[in-house]
Design a protein around this ligand. Structure first.
Ligand code: ADP
Ligand code: MG
Ligand code: ZN
Length: 478
């Protein structure tokens, strides 16, 4: 925290939706197709073509609004944002301006420095994306309009963040929410979740906001943090040098770790917004909102609380497992099979996540299904195998896809709980280690660990450790 200046940050996030079709036409928006193969008169912007709003996009906007505590407007309007660029065939982008679909939301975040804090969301509106320019060798460029008309939600925050950490906490939570809702794939690299950061500083105690710079081209959480911190330092230097911060758009260069001015306020567009005469005002009834509300999945915060309450998980475990929806689905399916949530959580967070990380796989690609893992846990629970042998079984199940029972049967891994069998091993161990036996009997209790270890080794890990312990105690006391 700077002693002289307070940092003020407001974020604009573009969320690309996972709908099958575009926002105002039925074209597919599948990624990586042949240029301009997914176009029609509407998304090509041909004169006379009329846009038709996708209901799915409105549903998704309502979902995002409800999940971020927004009010859903019963009446909202599409507007034309006019500017010229070769990737925008109509010469305007259809967006929402004065009456967006969602307003007055908030998210609660927590950071180390400032603890719990509520951050305002000004608005969420729907809009279409532009196409893409391809810059070819030889200096000419071509236009691919496959992306034109792709549905976006723009989520605009209040200037409520006071540090890069708060900005990142907000973004991570928003990211988690849209991915949980299934409305966005959350891929920052590919631009499915894009953030512009507005940054200014002001002397402590000053009410009025300082002049802001808008940072663009931030495609990872790390770069966003870096870019904000660089910008704060830059503005402090400007003011300390007796100059004024100018309002401008800056482009972050991740390789150099610096940002450069892209355009100043003078070059900023005047978008001449006006309501789009081709689209009727959008009416969203209470009933529509309620229908969408009914279909909302349980959100991360609610899940985390339920895992702590209903399942008695520690806060840390509940946080790790609730972070990703596929992980929660895995965990919940597992608990249905093996009703010991803490044991399930240990295996999911330790063995499963560890192995997935090693092999660079996602939970969706996990070769051990909840059913298979549940099968292993059941065999530990009923003493068929020890916890130690279970690790071997786990590896085998991972590789072969066989059930725990099959692996245990085929490899003869069943735990020896026959006291006669263990007793004879115990006798052998005692006979083979007279020195240690004498020391133990002379009072060196610590040697019990050694004896148990020997029995486990002799039984190839299959002796029931509790029984081995008991028998050893009894025999050594004789
Ligand atoms: P524009 O439409 O020109 O981008 P907005 O007024 O809609 O401008 O603001 C965009 C974002 O910038 C919002 O997230 C807002 O909170 C933030 N913002 C506005 N003024 C400032 C400021 N002085 N310092 C930091 N953030 C700001
Ligand atoms: Mg802006
Ligand atoms: Zn189209």
């Amino acid at each position: 925290m700077n002693s002289r200046y307070e940092v003020v940050i407001g974020l604009e996030v573009h969320v690309q939706l996972t709908t099958k079709t575009k926002i105002f036409c039925g074209c597919s928006k599948e990624f990586g197709q042949f240029p301009n193969s997914q176009t029609c008169p509407v998304c090509l912007g041909l004169p006379g073509a009329l846009p038709v709003l996708s209901r799915q996009v409105v549903d998704d906007a309502i979902r995002a609004g409800l999940a971020t505590n927004c009010q859903i407007s019963p009446h909202s309007i599409f507007a034309r944002k006019n500017y010229f660029y070769p990737d925008l065939p109509k010469g305007y982008q259809i967006s929402q301006f004065e009456l967006p679909i969602c307003e007055h939301g908030w998210l609660d975040i927590e950071t180390q420095e400032s603890g719990k804090k509520r951050l305002g969301i000004t608005r969420i509106h729907m809009e279409e994306d532009a196409g893409k320019l391809l810059h070819n060798d030889g200096g000419n460029s071509s236009v691919d309009l496959n992306r034109a008309c792709t549905p976006l939600l723009e989520v605009v925050s209040e200037p409520d963040m006071r540090s890069s950490d708060e900005a990142i906490a907000y973004l991570k939570q928003l990211h988690q929410i849209v991915v949980y809702l299934g409305i966005c794939d959350g891929n920052l690299d590919e631009g499915s979740f894009r953030c512009d950061a507005n940054v200014s500083i002001r002397p402590w105690g000053q009410e009025e906001l300082g002049t802001r710079a808008e940072l663009k081209n931030l495609n990872s959480f790390r770069f966003i943090k870096q870019a904000i911190e660089y910008e704060v330092e830059r503005q402090i230097d400007v003011i300390d040098a007796g100059e004024k911060v100018v309002q401008e758009t800056r482009l972050f260069d991740p390789d150099a770790g610096v940002s450069r001015s892209m355009r100043g306020k003078e070059e900023a567009h005047d978008y001449r917004y006006f309501p789009d005469p081709d689209l009727l005002p959008l009416q969203v009834s209470d009933q529509w909102v309620e229908e969408v509300r009914q279909q909302l999945p349980e959100m991360p915060t609610a899940k985390r609380q339920r895992y702590q309450g209903e399942f008695g998980l520690p806060e840390y475990d509940a946080g790790v497992i609730s972070a990703e929806r596929p992980l929660t689905e895995y965990f919940e399916a597992l608990v249905k099979i093996y009703d010991q949530p803490k044991i399930c959580a240990n295996w999911v967070m330790g063995d499963i996540l560890g192995a997935l990380k090693d092999k660079n796989l996602s939970i969706a690609q996990c070769p051990i299904t909840p059913e298979l893992l549940g099968g292993i846990l059941q065999r530990i629970g009923d003493n068929t195998i020890s916890g130690k042998i279970a690790k071997t079984v786990f590896e085998d199940v991972w590789k072969s896809g066989k059930t725990a029972d099959q692996v245990i049967e085929e490899k003869g891994l069943k735990q020896v709980t026959d006291s006669g069998a263990i007793e004879s091993i115990v006798d052998e161990i005692i006979a083979a280690n007279p020195d240690q036996v004498a020391e133990y009997r002379g009072g060196k209790d610590k040697l019990m660990g050694f004896f148990v270890g020997q029995v486990m080794k002799a039984s190839k890990g299959k002796a029931n450790p509790g029984m081995a312990n008991q028998l050893l105690k009894k025999k050594l006391a004789e």
